[in-house]
Design a binder for this molecule. Structure first.
Ligand code: SF4
Ligand code: SF4
Length: 295
């Protein structure tokens, strides 16, 4: 039941984030007022159907233009992006990754393709913090031109969601852009193909290894208003939560780990012993009725 609800919400969020259906006629991206609003998940600003802005792109743009903006007295625009991320993270931590992110949904669907599944070494989940630090914060902030403008390094050189949602569709919609295709475009298509392949074999590889947006939200997991709870007294270490977790989290080693996206699958579908629940502001909300004795 929870799984079906989550799929519906993921699908609705993807549709709402990409609700500009006039793009086949305008052959351009939507640039109306909604575009100044950040969506909670990874959804490229330059996708022809996108109705909102990607928070990761907005954050990089803010940092890349912070010097000229400060000179012009517009630094408050950047505070809006930080505020949105801070409010979402403080309330629910990494939950948008499970319920609202279109690229997360794509990874889960592709992973359903029957194949031998592979687990990544645990240390690889820390690579995304390096992407956050270098491609989203330091490079846009520090590498600037003579006028003080930097660039959106992660969007420009890495983001496979941007290539899928914007790079390829825009090339189809605007044939004149094809003359500009070069090594950068080819390398981004290569990155996209690598991740599309990895998604078949590995659970949410982009979220776990690379996504800087997930890295930001994950910083709030232990302190957010919504938190998962583990009950060690009921846990029999059957590892069913790990086996079915879309992020490969070993919940039995502790609740609210950085990669827990609060999908609730472990609580609702995996754990037969009532060892998993959640709380809001410290108040237990859904302590699952114990169905099997741990003894
Ligand atoms: S599924 Fe439940 S009982 Fe089994 S390891 Fe996870 S938390 Fe413990
Ligand atoms: S630990 Fe549970 S709630 Fe967290 S991502 Fe895995 S299945 Fe979802």
């Amino acid at each position: 039941m929870m799984f079906v609800l989550r799929r519906w919400i993921q699908t609705a969020a993807t549709a709402l984030s990409n609700a500009y259906l006039l793009f086949p006629f305008t052959r351009n991206i939507y640039q109306g007022k909604l575009k100044s609003v950040c969506v909670p998940g990874l959804n490229c600003y330059s996708c022809p159907a996108a109705t909102g802005a990607c928070p990761l792109g907005s954050l990089q743009t803010m940092l890349a233009t912070v010097r000229p903006s400060a000179k012009a007295g517009n630094a408050h625009i950047g505070l809006y992006v930080l505020g949105i991320l801070g409010i979402i993270g403080s309330l629910v931590g990494r939950m948008p990754c499970a319920w609202l992110c279109p690229f997360g949904l794509l990874q889960e669907l592709i992973h359903k393709i029957p194949s031998r599944k592979i687990e990544i070494p645990y240390w690889m989940i820390y690579i995304k913090y390096a992407f956050l630090a270098f491609f989203v914060v330091l490079l846009p902030l520090l590498v600037v031109d003579g006028f003080g403008y930097g660039t959106t390094w992660f969007c420009k050189y890495v983001c496979p969601a941007g290539t899928l949602e914007a790079g390829i569709p825009m090339l189809i919609l605007q044939p004149q852009l094809r003359e500009l295709v070069g090594w950068l475009y080819a390398s981004k298509v290569g990155i996209l193909l690598i991740f599309l392949t990895l998604m078949v074999f590995i659970r949410r590889p982009f979220c776990r290894i690379v996504c800087p947006l997930g890295a930001i939200y994950s910083l709030f997991n232990k302190v957010s208003v919504f938190r998962m709870v583990h009950h060690p007294d009921k846990c029999v270490l059957c590892k069913e939560c790990y086996n079915h977790c879309p992020m490969g989290v070993r919940f039995y080693e502790g609740a609210n780990q950085p990669d827990c996206i609060r999908c609730l699958k472990c609580m609702q579908e995996s754990c037969k012993f009532g060892a998993i629940s959640y709380e809001i502001a410290g108040l237990p909300v859904a302590l699952k009725k114990k169905t099997t004795s741990p003894l």
